[in-house]
Design a protein around this ligand. Structure first.
Ligand SMILES: Cc1ncc(COP(=O)(O)O)c(C=O)c1O
Length: 307
């Protein structure tokens, strides 16, 4: 096991407050038992969100997705969507954070420990913390290797859910990538098409057109959807389709999107080199202004018409 670095602040030993099953509890007291069903069987569902200047970007869509993920995994999140939206703001306020990362999650509790968990309680938590750039090398473009693992078929697992079990191979892929000096890994899907990174969607650019894999067996990220709208508002052609790994050498720019990663340029992926260029730069700028409410899609559309 890698030794924690000297400036490592463990997530279970911090100051602050966490909302757990209806109560705001001191950070260090937000504990669960080792015999928790979802810990053993992977059925925790979660959201990763960011707040900017005190407002959670697409909060309601994230809360709805948490509910959808729970449904896909076979249970109901007990906290209504509107309530979740309110709780996120309350936890931010209680912790004095206006710019932060938000983790809302639900899981099966400890009442049952076999594979069957019909009577297990469903628990919910919302935690927030400061999280700067997801990638240390975000601005100059990240280096990405190819994962050994593939995104599974939707007939194998509910692949549209943001569920813990789907991330086991992401952590394995990311660890291997980091051990080899890369920031992340590209995962192909079960058919061999380009799918996504371990925690972000991928976009590739060629001759001014933006290509992105069809999300038919992995998360159709909210950031992905926002960036597609931004790109269309700017008048760029966006093509959603199956992309083969052989095509990777034909693109000139590449970037990834995610609530944590935001819009991050890619300098290298699976041995191919890309130049973070004008389109990536424009969309990264638009995204950073949109999330802070400094620009709207309508304004981008209007300025694209004039230009
Ligand atoms: C595997 C995976 N794909 C894609 C995304 C991007 O999703 P979103 O933009 O909704 O954060 C994430 C991040 O949550 C992810 O973990």
């Amino acid at each position: 096991m890698a030794a924690p670095s000297a400036n490592f602040v463990p997530y279970d030993d911090r100051d602050g407050w966490i909302w757990l099953d209806g109560k705001m509890v001191p950070w260090r007291d937000a504990k669960i038992h080792v015999l928790t069903h979802s810990l053993h069987y992977g059925s925790c569902v979660f959201e990763g969100e960011r707040a900017y200047d005190g407002a959670v970007f697409r909060s309601n869509d994230h809360s709805k997705r948490l509910h959808k993920s729970a449904e896909l995994v076979g249970y109901k999140c007990p906290v209504p969507v509107a309530e979740l939206d309110k709780i996120k703001l309350e936890v931010m306020e209680k912790n004095g954070l206006a710019d932060c990362y938000i983790r809302a999650f639900s899981w099966r509790g400890s009442e049952m420990m076999g594979v069957s968990a019909q009577q297990a309680s469903i628990r919910t938590c919302v935690a927030v913390w400061h999280w700067g750039n997801y990638f240390a090398d975000k601005n100059k473009g990240i280096r990405v290797t190819m994962s050994d693992w593939k995104r599974p078929s939707p007939e194998t697992i509910p692949s549209a859910a943001k569920a813990a079990g789907l991330y086991m191979i992401c952590t394995m892929s990311k660890h291997k990538a980091e051990a080899e000096g890369f920031s992340d890994a590209l995962m192909l899907d079960y058919r061999g098409y380009v799918a996504e990174l371990t925690g972000a969607n991928v976009f590739l650019i060629r001759d001014g057109a933006i290509h992105t894999p069809t999300p038919d067996c992995f998360l159709n990220g909210l950031t992905r959807q926002t960036v597609i709208e931004l790109a269309k508002a700017r008048g760029f052609e966006v093509i959603e389709r199956h992309i083969t790994p052989e095509e990777l050498s034909t693109f000139s720019e590449c970037f990834i999107t995610g609530s944590a990663a935001e819009v991050t340029p890619v300098a290298e992926m699976a041995g191919h080199h890309y130049k973070p260029g004008n389109i990536t730069g424009a969309l990264a700028d638009d995204y950073s202004q949109l999330v802070r409410g400094k620009i709207s899609l309508e304004q981008i559309r209007a300025s694209a018409k004039v230009a």
